[in-house]
Structures are given as C-alpha cells and as structure tokens.
Unconditional design. Structure first.
Length: 349
C-alpha cells in the first residue's frame, strides 16, 4: 500500500523512511527542519513531547552552526581556511574542523582518491556549490585542465595541533561529499544522549538511525534514479545508515548532455556511467563518502573501492538502468520497480 502510494509520485528524496504499521505504546514524535538547502526529518521513539521539542530545537541550532562552519566559501570557518590556503599560507584551525579534515583525508585515502575532499575549486568552477544558481554550460577546457592531472587533494594538506597548510596551493576543502553523513551521525547521537530509545534522521533522503523501532527493522524506500517512483525497498538494522549519490540531485543539461555535481577527480568532469549509488553502513560519514566514491569509480571499479573502504552493502544503477550489487545488499533489498531492473552483476565483497 505504502509502496503503491510512493509509486504514484510522492518520492522526492533519494530514500524515504516507510511508516511503521505496527502499533506500540512507545511514544513517537517527528519534526521537519530546513538546513543545508534541504529538508531534515527527525523521528524519535521513547521521548516525551517536551524532551523531543528540546532535542529538535537543539538539532536546529547545531545545523545552523555546522552550516556556518562547513561552508567552503562563506563565513569564518572552513571558508576562512580556504582563503588562507589560496594565499599559500599556514593558518590556525579549530579542533573540530581539524578532526573533520583528518577524517575526510582518511576516507580519501581509503577510497583511493575517488572521494576527494580537496577538490573544492573544481566544484566551484563547475558552479555546483551550495546556494549558487546552476550554470547553463560547462566551464572552459583550460580551467578544468588546470585542476586535473593530478587534481588537488587532501593528501597535500598537513596539520599539527593548531595549524594547517597545503603543499598544493590549488587545494580548497569541500565537505560536500560527506557533510550530511557527519551531520546525520551527530544528530542521531544527540537524540540518543537525550534518551531516545530509537531515532531516525533523513537529510534530504540520506538516512541514519539509532537503535530500531519497537519490534521491527527500519524499512526504507529507495527512489528510482529516473522517473518518480520507487526502485526498491531495503531493511536497515539497528544503527545503520543508508546514503545515495545520484546524477539527478543537482545537474544542468547542455547540448543534450547531463552535467551533474559528482566530479571525477581524474577528468575534472562529472563522473560518467552511473545514475545512482546507494550504500548501507553503520558509519554514516563513511556511507556518504562511499556513495560518492563508488559513483566516481563506476561499473568497472566499484567493487575494489568498496573493499578498500570496508563497505559491504552497495547498489549501483548504471547508465543503462542495470543494477550492480553486492550479495549482502541483495539480501536486504526488494526491487519494487516494474519491470524489475536487469541485474548486471551480484558480487561477493
Ligand atoms: P549529495 O550531497 O547530493 O547527496 P554527494 O554526497 O555525492 O551528493 O555529494 C556531492 C557533493 O560532494 C558535491 O556537490 C561536491 O561538493 C562534492 N563532491 C563532488 N565530487 C566529489 C568527489 N569526487 N569527492 C568528494 N566530494 C565530491
Ligand atoms: Mg556523499
């Protein structure tokens, strides 16, 4: 029934939490916020109304702080660091931002550079950064060439307790590929600390959980990358997250081609060959970075990158509409689209 309603066109985000049908005595509250240019939906089990309202308010404040701190071009957090990197100078850094940079650098290394947290200048060149109006044509060849071969990357960034600098002056730090994962992880932790027995947060269709609802697993609907319907439903166990990167999230078309916001650091252009990648993992930040990295890796290489990142649950929809998935993911998933997508490969990771 729910799937049918969704198939009629209610799915707007990459994935949705499907409502519980069972009744239980555990109180359940939900709230919708807006941040990072997207809707954020919180649901918590086991908090009374006042405790939930306070938790939701604190979440809203945190989201505003993170937005200010993590914006690559505006404000005095990451933006200030990026300005100093552009001048080729070392700069003081707050511990929280420093920790995030370390984490992004580790994810970059584990992904063999397919996730690249230092390619902010490319994102900006293409006009895909948050808050900007999308352009109507790709940038000039020479400008792309200057930022590839090799692309700037966090491998060039060094830091000690208090200062950071880059040996490559082209590096601009961009948390866009994993910020939602970090935010989701912090929000579920906040709800847990405030006493929720279970909670789920969706940031524009990227979903993290704490615990599980009374007596069942989480059920998630995954959007079809073309059209409006549901591609599949998936089950999440306690504490798991599900993240999707899609070519339909932020794009423009030019000369009949789609140019989307997930950039291949090797070419400096939108990664080709994939429509969407969905990853389940118990670490939301890693799930987010991996969805981006496996999208870039594409049909031939996603398996190797998934292994090196330690990711077990993957669904990749290629440019022909075929499904590539891990055997573990196949067990979690039921295709809902009609006709069902052709499965190109099912791989043991
Ligand atoms: P979304 O945030 O829309 O769910 P992603 O998680 O894939 O999608 O993040 C896309 C964003 O990540 C881009 O807007 C850009 O800021 C940044 N980005 C683009 N390409 C890469 C890449 N190869 N590695 C890391 N970050 C990237
Ligand atoms: Mg991502």
């Amino acid at each position: 029934m729910i799937a049918r309603t969704l198939r009629r066109g209610l799915v707007v985000a990459s994935a949705v939490v499907l409502a519980a049908s069972c009744s239980s005595d555990v109180p359940r509250h939900s709230e919708r916020l807006y941040a990072f240019g997207t809707f954020i939906e919180l649901t918590a089990y086991g908090l009374d109304e006042t405790a939930f309202a306070e938790a939701a308010e604190q979440t809203g404040q945190r989201l505003e702080d993170w937005h200010r701190q993590w914006h690559p071009w505006e404000g005095d957090g990451l933006a200030a660091i990026n300005r100093r990197l552009a001048e080729g100078r070392a700069t003081a850094i707050e511990p929280d931002l420093g920790g995030l940079i370390d984490r992004a650098r580790e994810l970059e290394a584990a992904s063999e550079g397919h996730f690249n947290g230092g390619l902010g200048a490319l994102t900006r060149l293409w006009g895909f950064h948050a808050g900007a109006d999308l352009p109507d044509a790709p940038p000039p060849e020479e400008a792309i060439a200057a930022l590839t071969d090799p692309a700037p990357s966090l491998a060039a960034v060094r830091r000690d307790e208090v200062r950071i600098h880059s040996t490559d002056p082209r590096v601009r730090i961009d948390f866009g590929g994993f910020a939602k994962g970090v935010a989701a992880e912090r929000i579920t932790a906040l709800l847990r600390r405030r006493g929720a027995g279970a909670a789920v947060v969706s940031l524009g269709g990227d979903i993290a959980t704490h615990g599980r609802p009374p007596g069942r697993d989480w059920r998630i609907g995954i959007r079809a990358p073309r059209g409006e319907g549901l591609l599949a439903t998936a089950r999440l166990q306690a504490g798991e997250a599900i993240f999707t990167s899609g070519d339909y999230e932020r794009y423009f078309t030019h000369g009949g081609r789609r140019y989307h916001h997930i950039l291949d650091p090797r070419t400096g252009r939108p990664a080709r060959g994939v429509r969407s990648v969905t990853v389940i993992d118990d670490d939301p930040a890693r799930a987010d970075a991996a969805a981006t990295a496996l999208f870039v890796a594409g049909p031939g290489q996603w398996q190797a990158v998934a292994r090196s990142m330690g990711i077990r649950y993957v669904l990749l929809m290629d440019a022909h509409g075929r499904a590539h998935l891990s055997a573990a993911m196949a067990e979690r998933l039921r295709f809902e689209a009609e006709p069902e997508p052709e499965v190109a490969e099912e791989v043991a990771l």
